[in-house]
Design a protein around this ligand. Structure first.
Ligand SMILES: NC(=O)c1ccc[n+]([C@@H]2O[C@H](COP(=O)([O-])OP(=O)(O)OC[C@H]3O[C@@H](n4cnc5c(N)ncnc54)[C@H](OP(=O)(O)O)[C@@H]3O)[C@@H](O)[C@H]2O)c1
Length: 305
């Protein structure tokens, strides 16, 4: 069995980890003149990679989101498999819980007061007054929603297809979006970026949120219309936002989001791919495929996630 690693960084580390996990396989980093492989592990590969791989049985994406890959011409009929959690859910929950608590408990205000030598307690705020709506209730969205619930926040979620979730209301589809937004004061985006979800956080949807809403975007920059977000902030309709992802990354210097009051910027670090956990998951799935067993995490190319 031949496996090609085509990642834009750390490809040799991935190759070595896969060799250790699958001792019977021939694992190589991709080279233009290499023999065709049966399995590919990719992260942001060039189109040429797929054009020179006629024998693939499966493509494993070294991340949860496949939006960038779907812009390429993928070989027909070859399953595309994404990472499922692999250590990302816990990181995502850490990030979102921190962002929400920082806002709700006003730690951002105390940080700036402390820089000015100001000792000034503020009135306590109740978690019940900060209902959180999580866009997307998949592998990451559900873990994050449950973590926020454990912290004592009222939480609800929004999905494409109906879901039964104990102790948590799930709104569904276009018909459920307005009610979902009307119930939300803190909006957390954990959707995949697809034709349907691009630009979903925009002037219209922001206006449907509860007053003084707060946005946490940890999915993709394309979900948020950045100019609409800035406008809502300037008009005082939004309290602020924690943004980990942007339409253009790195966020260009001089971009208005850098120094917009109320905005916390991080450089796409909310949930990094962890090599050890990812290789273990991918190796397990390759062995299952070789035995002819079904695997999870196969992307539905028509719906885009
Ligand atoms: N910033 C980072 O570092 C980072 C790291 C990892 C992942 N991510 C992002 O997080 C995203 C989510 O990952 P995941 O593993 O949780 O994905 P997932 O398991 O596929 O879950 C996606 C969720 O979004 C819902 N959804 C998709 N399209 C929808 C639509 N049109 N309307 C309503 N709901 C819709 C799905 O609904 P159904 O349940 O009905 O299918 C599902 O609940 C990834 O695609 C990626 O972009 C970001």
């Amino acid at each position: 069995m031949r496996i090609a690693c085509c990642l834009n960084s750390d490809a040799t580390e991935w190759r070595d980890a896969l060799r250790a996990a699958l001792p019977g396989a021939s694992v190589e980093t991709w080279a233009r003149d290499a023999s065709p492989s049966e399995y590919a592990i990719v992260w942001r590969p060039p189109q040429e990679f797929f054009d020179t791989q006629p024998r693939l049985k499966a493509i494993f994406n070294a991340g949860a989101g496949v939006d960038a890959l779907l812009n390429l011409r993928l070989p027909d009929g070859v399953p595309l498999v994404r990472l499922e959690d692999a250590g990302m859910a816990e990181q995502m929950a850490d990030y979102v819980v921190h962002a929400v608590l920082r806002h709700v408990r006003e730690f951002d205000v105390y940080e700036s007061q402390a820089r000015g030598g100001v000792w000034k307690p503020r009135a306590p705020r109740r978690k019940a007054d900060f209902p959180i709506g999580v866009l997307g209730f998949g592998v990451l969205g559900e873990y994050v929603a449950r973590s926020l619930q454990t912290m004592g926040f009222p939480v609800h979620a929004w999905t494409r297809t109906p879901k039964d979730a104990i102790g948590l209301r799930v709104f569904t589809g276009d018909a459920g979006l307005e009610d979902f937004l009307a119930a939300t004061r803190v909006l957390v985006c954990l959707l995949p970026l697809t034709g349907e979800t691009r630009g979903i956080v925009n002037r219209r949807t922001l206006a449907l949120l509860r007053p003084e809403a707060y946005i946490v975007n940890v999915a993709r920059g394309g979900h948020v219309v950045e100019s609409d977000l800035i406008e809502a902030l300037k008009e005082g309709r939004l309290a602020g936002a924690a943004l980990d992802v942007f339409e253009q990354e790195p966020l260009p210097s001089g971009h208005p989001l850098w120094d917009q009051p109320g905005i916390a910027v991080t450089p796409h670090i909310s949930a990094a791919t962890l090599r050890e956990e990812s290789v273990e998951q991918i190796a397990r799935k390759i062995l299952a495929m070789e035995r002819g067993d079904p695997i999870s995490g196969v992307v539905d190319l028509r719906r885009g996630y």
